[in-house]
Design a protein around this ligand. Structure first.
Ligand code: SAH
Length: 366
């Protein structure tokens, strides 16, 4: 009897201690001036399922405090599948003989914008490989034409590493935002994922340039990329904490046919969702998308990401004939629906979890 009583007490004490430790981690995550590596490590690798559940719920609440139950939408236009780079993970890499190549011309891009605008979108995202034909000047001309027609809409670019003057030219032409994931903050891991011709310092230079030029900047990493360790993710999170991006996009790594990583394992959805929640708590006002990679690996991935703290979705507005050719990884989610129908499907999905499509520009608010 006495023994039982003793055991119960020790059990309770243990739980209490674990709860205190967890509360302390959350406190440091949400309010600490800097999150130490050991705190990130514990949050990424040492939580039990109950704690992970609590974390997701908290992240959802924080997201709702800032964004309500609205999810911002951005019209994603994939402007080229040509790329001069040879990143080991990406299906668009120049060395991929299986890749199908296309590039949209100015009229096609403008037509996508017209369609997206007619559906109510207030942000256009132009994303593509680093196509040597789509020079800074060429893209600047397209951006200027979009800006001319749509003075009040947001223009986001995601066209890779460029020179300082290139970024400047694009900014002056009217681009407001730029997405450039850092991919990994660890130099050794970066060289495992990229060819020798690319280096982490140039990536960092690009991100610094973009911030200095007044773009709203998006960065992020793949989750579960080959040879990624917990320590690498800790470094990623500490890098983001320093960079303070306005947008943070993460998604699971997914193998792509014809690349050196074709036979590698895909990243984990649960780990991606946990990281979305951690990011939401650390960056309460950040624009965090439920990425296509999440919905590719998991049928209700969009809903799960939103419930974990994401607040942006980027429906694909690339013309249907080209959509399959922008194949950065295998089985990339592309429902083959016309744009309007796609938006309806998204609206239904969000409705199912009590959320709705928010068409506002959705800028980062200080
Ligand atoms: N050329 C642009 C756009 C690249 S595609 C750029 O460099 O920014 C956008 C993102 O898709 C990349 O930043 C990368 O994080 C992600 N991506 C590429 N290949 C992937 C893969 N195999 N699995 C998951 N995500 C991938």
């Amino acid at each position: 009897m006495e023994n039982d009583y003793f055991c119960d007490n020790v059990f309770c004490l243990n739980i209490k201690m674990r709860e205190n430790v967890f509360d302390n981690l959350l406190q440091q995550l949400s309010f600490g001036p800097k999150v130490p590596a050991e705190v990130w490590r514990a949050l990424i690798a040492e939580l039990d399922d109950v704690q992970k559940g609590r974390l997701a719920l908290l992240a959802r609440e924080v997201s709702q405090t800032h964004f309500g139950k609205g999810v911002y939408v951005r019209a994603l236009i994939e402007i080229s599948s040509y790329c001069r780079n040879n990143c080991h993970y990406c299906g668009l890499r120049s060395g991929n003989r299986l890749a199908q190549r296309y590039r949209l011309d100015k009229e096609q891009i403008l037509e996508c914008c017209h369609q997206a605008a007619a559906l109510g979108f207030n942000t256009f995202v132009l994303q593509g490989g680093e196509d040597p034909m789509q020079t800074d000047e060429w893209i600047a001309d397209v951006v200027a034409a979009i800006r001319d027609e749509y003075p009040a809409k947001a223009i986001t670019l995601s066209v890779g590493e460029r020179t300082t003057t290139g970024y400047e030219l694009l900014r002056n032409a009217g681009a407001d935002r730029y997405l450039l994931r850092h991919e990994t903050a660890n130099a050794g891991h970066y060289s495992h994922l990229h060819p020798r011709s690319m280096d982490i310092d140039n990536r960092r230079r690009c991100l610094a340039d973009l911030k200095r030029l007044g773009y709203q900047v998006g960065s992020g990493m793949m989750v579960g990329s080959p040879q990624q360790s917990v320590e690498h993710i800790v470094e990623d999170l500490m890098f983001l904490d320093e960079l303070q991006p306005q947008m943070i996009g993460i998604g699971p790594f997914i193998p792509a046919a014809g690349t050196p990583f074709a036979d590698e394992q895909a990243g984990s959805i649960d780990e991606t969702l946990l990281l979305i929640s951690l990011l939401r708590l650390r960056f309460p006002k950040a624009l965090i998308p439920a990425t296509t990679a999440v919905s590719t690996l998991c049928d209700n991935g969009t809903q799960r990401a939103v419930l974990a703290g994401a607040n942006v979705v980027m429906p694909n507005m690339t013309p249907i004939d080209y959509r399959d050719k922008y194949s950065i990884y295998n089985n990339k989610k592309s429902n083959g629906c016309e744009s309007a129908q796609q938006l309806e499907l998204l609206s239904e999905k969000l409705d199912g979890i009590g959320y709705y499509v928010d068409f506002a520009r959705g800028d980062y608010l200080q």
